[in-house]
Write a protein that binds this ligand. Structure first.
Ligand SMILES: *Cc1c(COP(=O)(O)O)cnc(C)c1O
Length: 356
């Protein structure tokens, strides 16, 4: 028998979550964000499951070329544009859309001799202060794109820093609207949180990521409440059982000490699989569908779970680390991170099994 750990990928959940995005933003086109190997779900698998999307957003030319190679004809947006002028011919050849966020990129585009003109999205920094032209640079940047013979079409975009939080989007929206008022170009602003919470930001293209994978972008609303279904369920089994007496310890450092007799299950999953080592004793986990808790430190290939209240559980009992029945956001919160990081960090050694 192979090691029991695997991630089940539910293709119909991906598709249903796309339908939720469409229902929430009915007059927008949907650019499905599938960077970071489709948030750990497998980029081509996700693209096929979401082939009804109007476009895809990725990070690199290599990812985009793989999508074209798999027959995807939709718009493909490179979220950070190109990293050097040498990438431009391939971008033109594959018919990719590029974010333009810097002077260097404008210069490279202006000097390029390309086999075809490229579609661009001009990125405005409206307050996140990560990528994009500042409001005072916006007019000049737009003018250069309008004059650039290598540009086929122009779109305008920005990205929100706090659409999932108290901060909201009002300040950034106000900057974007003031700058782009009266311009006829298509616009794109909304990540998942804005798709779900701010209809006024939907515009021409929405860019949902995390919601498509069935995780909530909000701390105060669960995915289920939003009508989303987890696309990934990380599953394993108990591979050994230990019986502890009071005073016995569990795992590296012996950080968990039993106060009474306990049964402990050893689960085939560790931090080398992408399970967060920061998950403390008490992190949520399911054994045979019942809620339990982890015990002690997470090891490289294993972690321990409390079976004391589950007398029927033992070697071979199925375990859910996150996914169906245990939202990845819940484990993320307890481990001091976010669902995005857990999904993206799933290790390549974990086999993915599709279910239709
Ligand atoms: C990753 C990303 C998104 C998707 O964000 P989610 O929170 O996963 O919906 C949208 N836009 C940009 C620019 C991104 O980098």
């Amino acid at each position: 028998m192979p090691r029991p750990l695997h991630a089940r990928i539910d293709l119909s959940a991906l598709n249903d979550n796309l339908a939720v995005a469409r229902r929430r933003a009915p007059s927008s086109r949907v650019m499905a964000v599938i960077k970071a190997n489709g948030y750990g779900h497998g980029i081509l698998r996700v693209a096929r499951a979401l082939r009804g999307a109007d476009g895809f957003a990725v990070l690199t030319v290599e990812e985009a070329a793989a999508l074209r190679g798999a027959g995807m004809r939709q718009a493909i947006l490179l979220l950070e544009g190109f990293f050097g002028a040498a990438e431009l011919p391939a971008i033109a050849q594959h018919g990719l859309t590029v974010v333009i966020h810097s002077r260097d990129q404008l210069d490279a585009l202006a000097h390029a001799r390309l086999p075809a003109r490229v579609d661009v999205f001009l990125k405005v920094n409206t307050g996140m202060n990560r990528l994009g032209f500042n409001p005072e640079q916006f007019g000049a940047a737009l003018g250069r794109l309008q004059d650039c013979p290598s540009v086929a079409s122009i779109g305008l975009m920005t990205h929100f820093a706090g659409a999932d939080e108290e901060a909201g989007i009002a300040a950034q929206m106000a900057v974007f609207e003031a700058l782009t008022e009266g311009l006829a170009y298509p616009r794109s602003l909304a990540n998942s949180a804005a798709v779900l919470r701010y209809p006024q930001a939907h515009a021409d293209w929405v860019r949902p990521g995390i919601m498509l994978y069935g995780a909530s972008p909000f701390a105060d609303r669960s995915a289920a409440e939003l009508g989303l279904r987890p696309a990934m369920t990380l599953m394993s089994e108990v591979i050994a059982v230990q019986h502890l007496r009071p005073g016995d310890r569990v795992g590296y450092g012996g950080t968990f000490v039993a106060e009474r007799p306990m049964r402990v299950g050893v689960v085939a999953c560790g931090y080398a699989d992408g399970y967060p080592r920061h998950a403390p004793t008490g992190s949520p986990i399911l054994v045979e569908g019942s809620a339990s808790r982890t015990l002690g430190r997470v090891s490289m290939d294993m972690l321990c779970v409390d079976l004391s209240h589950l007398p029927q559980a033992g070697v071979g009992s199925p375990v859910v680390l996150w996914g169906e029945g245990l939202p990845v956001e819940e484990l993320a919160r307890v481990a001091g991170t976010i669902s995005y990081e857990l999904l993206c960090a799933l290790a390549p050694r974990v086999p993915l099994r599709e279910i239709p």
